[in-house]
Design a protein around this ligand. Sequence first.
Ligand code: UD1
Ligand code: CA
Length: 468
Amino acid sequence: MALDIVIMAAGKGTRMRSARPKVLHQLAGRSLLQHVLRTAVDLGADGIVAITGHGADEVEAAVAAAHLRFARQMPQLGTGHAVQQAVPLLHAEGTTLILNGDVPLIEVATARALIEACGGDRLALLTAELDDPSGYGRIVRGDPAGRSTNEGGRVHAIVEDKDASPAERAIREVYTGVMAAPTAQLKRWLAALKNDNRQGEYYLTDVVAMAVADGLAVVTAQAGSETEVLGVNSPVQLAELERRYQRRQAVALMEAGVRLADPARFDLRGELHCGADVEIDVNCVFEGRVELGDAVRIGANCMIRNAVIAAGAVIHPFTHIDGDTLGVRVGAGALIGPFARLRPGAVLAEDVHIGNFVEVKNSTLAKGAKANHLAYLGDATVGERVNFGAGSITANYDGANKHRTVIGADVHVGSNCVLVAPITLGDGATIGGGSTIAKQAPAGQLTVARAKQVSLAGWRRPVKIKKK
Ligand code: UD1
Ligand code: CA
C-alpha cells in the first residue's frame, strides 16, 4: 500500500513578524522544515510532497533533495487548499500522511502509529491534551446533533480556535496538525471543502466532519510527549520549543554519562558524540558534527563546530573552534585556550598547547608544539616541540596568494617575529625576538634580522619650554 506524505509549508507565518518564511526559521541549527523532512524520509514514504507558497523560491532552494517534490500554492487559501495542490502528485490508493511544516519535532514512532491507526480505511488524527489549548483546533467528541463538548465518545469534528464557541474553547484535546487519511477518500473530501468560516479559508480540518458523514471511522492517536506536537507560530513559541529540544538532547547526553554543568545552559545544533567522562561547563554551543574523546573537558563559553577533540584534551573557556568544511582536529592531551581560535584545517597532534589570543588556520602542529600567547599560525607545518613565541606570526598572504611556512622540529621562534612565507626554518633553528624572517633559516643556528641596537651617550631628553 502506497504511503504519500504531504508537508504543508506555504503559509506566511504572520505571527513570526519576519521577512523569512516561517518554515525556514531555525530550531537547533536546522530549519523547521528540515526537521519535518528528516522524519518524512525516515518513515520510508513512496512520495514526499512539500506545499510551498509564501517565499516558495527560497523555501525550495533551502531544502531541495532528490526524494522531494514541490507543489505550489498561490495564493494561500488555507490548509485544505494547500493539500489540494498535492492531489495530482498522490497515488490513487493507499495512505496519505499530512505533516505540518511548523510542527517540527514529531517523532517517527508517533507518525508510524498514526499510519497504523489509519490502516488505509480510517481517518486518524494525532491529538494532544494541552494545558493551554488556545490557538489550536479542538477535537469535538460526542453526538453531532446534540452536545458537542462531550468528553470521550466519537470524534465528529475539529473546530478551529477562531470559530469555536466558549464551550468548545474549553476543550483541552487539540488537533496537532498531523493526520493520516485513506488517499482516495481524502481526494474526494478536499474537492468538496468550503470556506464559510471566520477566516474565509479552506480548512483541512473540515475533512473530519466529511469522514463522519461518509460513515468512516475517525480515530485518534496521542503523541508520546507534548514537545512533539507543539507548533511554532511566534518567536516566543520558537524559543520555547528550542529550549525543550535542547533539554531533551542534554538529558540524553547526561544519561550517556556526559557531565553538563547546567543542562539549561547547553546548546547543541547538530551532533555531539562523546566518550566516557566528558565534562562540559556552562554556555557552550556545539554545531555541525563534534566528537569529544574520553575525559575531554570543555570550559565555559566555548563555541565548537565540526571538530574532533581527542581523549584528555582540555579546551579552556572562551575558545572558538570552527572546522567549517575542512574540520579541526585536536590531539590527545592538548591544552587549548582560554581565548584561543582554531579555524578550518587546524590539525593539532598530542600535547600541543595553544594559549590565549592565538589563531591557527590550515596548519599542522606536531606533538608537543606550543604557541602560548598572541600568535597567528596560518598555512604552516610546525614540527615537534616547536616553541612559537608571543606576538609572532606567519605572514602567509602576499595580497594575492597564500604561501606555506615550514618550521622544523625543536625550532624556537622568539617573540614578535614575522615569518614571511614561503619560508622554511630548519630543525633546531632559533629565531631572535623581533625578527622579520624572509629567507631560509638554517638548522641549528641563531638567525636574527633586526636593526642593531645603539645607545647614545650624552643624549638628553627634551624639556618643556616655559612661557614667560
Ligand atoms: C492548524 C490547524 C489546527 C491545528 C494546528 C496545529 C487547520 C485549519 N488548522 O492551525 O487545527 O490545531 O494547525 O498546529 O488546519 N499552510 C499552508 N497553506 C495555507 C495555510 C497554511 O501551506 O494556505 C501551512 C503553514 O505553512 C503551516 C501549516 O499549514 O505550516 C499550518 O498553518 P497555520 O496557519 O499555522 O495553521 P494553524 O492556525 O496553526
Ligand atoms: Ca500553526
